[in-house]
Design a protein around this ligand. Structure first.
Ligand SMILES: [Zn+2]
Ligand SMILES: [Zn+2]
Length: 295
């Protein structure tokens, strides 16, 4: 991993935590890296943007996972190019994961493959989402002629593993994950013999996800709540202890902590301490624009 961080750091078990959420880093020209565009969560996030990640392969940002609020600027600061994005993988339709899709596509549009979940009464399917945004009667018909997505829907109710993209030595798969009543996809990206899993927002109650991520080199987790979470918050999001147990059982190579909603460095530290009690492997605490090498 290489990352240049400004602001002071808290040292925890060989991990440097910058609470401001800001860092700057350039990904490498070779190999596979995952770059965080936004490391913030659904609530106040100390200046962190919402959810978004770029997977860089040999110096080209080819996969964008999520398009949460604030990532447009980060995408360009990362020197990523929309022309290079071949797969746009949306996890679900909470605003902190999808609200900036139109902004990031303006003005160029896209012909990428776009994956997303099935719909329910309360949430659109990925096809409906695209139509409501970019259809002739949608919110942004100005983009209608420039958007030619190849839409792929992952059935989040079945828990079947869906092949989302498979080209050369890149394989992306998706699976439904439990996020209260919200149709949500977790993704796994395999490039040659290295792999990254994106947990997405989920409560960690489905063991099929542990099978899905088994042995990945990097597991991106979403630390949106603390151990004290109860009620609907706990139905939506896994507690730090659950994330730790998941990483341990999945035998992952490294945990990358992201989607951080914490009111203070102390609150974040407390959550990381619980995670550490349940997982003894390598761990990196994410910041916006941090680039992590996957090996
Ligand atoms: Zn979220
Ligand atoms: Zn969510």
């Amino acid at each position: 991993m290489r990352a240049l961080r400004r602001a002071t750091c808290i040292s925890i078990a060989a991990t440097c935590v910058s609470f401001s959420g800001q860092s700057s880093a350039a990904c490498l020209d070779s190999g596979v890296q995952v770059q965080i565009l936004g490391s913030g969560g659904p609530g106040p996030s100390a200046g962190r943007a919402s959810s978004g990640y770029v997977v860089w392969i040999d110096g080209v940002g080819r996969i964008l996972v999520d398009a949460g609020s604030g990532i447009k600027d980060q995408f360009h600061m990362a020197d990523a190019s929309l022309e290079d994005i071949e797969l746009l993988a949306l996890s679900h339709f909470h605003p902190d994961h999808s609200a900036e899709l139109a902004a990031i596509l303006w003005p160029a549009g896209s012909q990428a493959r776009l994956s997303g979940p099935t719909g329910t009464d309360g949430f659109p399917s990925v096809s409906d989402f695209v139509e409501r945004l970019f259809g002739q009667n949608g919110a942004f018909p100005v983009l209608a002629d420039r958007i030619q997505f190849e839409v792929l829907t992952v059935d989040t109710a079945s828990r079947d593993i869906v092949e989302v993209w498979n080209v050369d030595d890149v394989l992306v798969r998706g699976i439904g994950v439990p996020h209260a009543n919200v149709p949500t996809i977790g993704y796994r990206v395999d490039v040659g013999d290295v792999s990254i899993a994106f947990s997405s927002d989920q409560n960690g109650s489905d063991p099929s996800f542990i099978e899905f991520i088994e042995g990945v080199d990097v597991l991106v987790i979403h630390m949106a709540v603390g151990e004290e979470a109860r009620g609907f918050g706990a139905e939506l999001h896994a507690k730090p202890s659950v994330w730790g147990q998941m990483a341990t059982q999945g035998k992952v190579g490294r945990v990358l902590v992201s989607h951080i909603s914490a009111d203070s460095p102390q609150e974040l530290q407390a959550r990381l301490d619980v995670l550490r009690d349940n997982y003894s492997g390598p761990m990196t605490v994410g910041n916006d624009l941090l680039c992590l090498e996957v090996d």
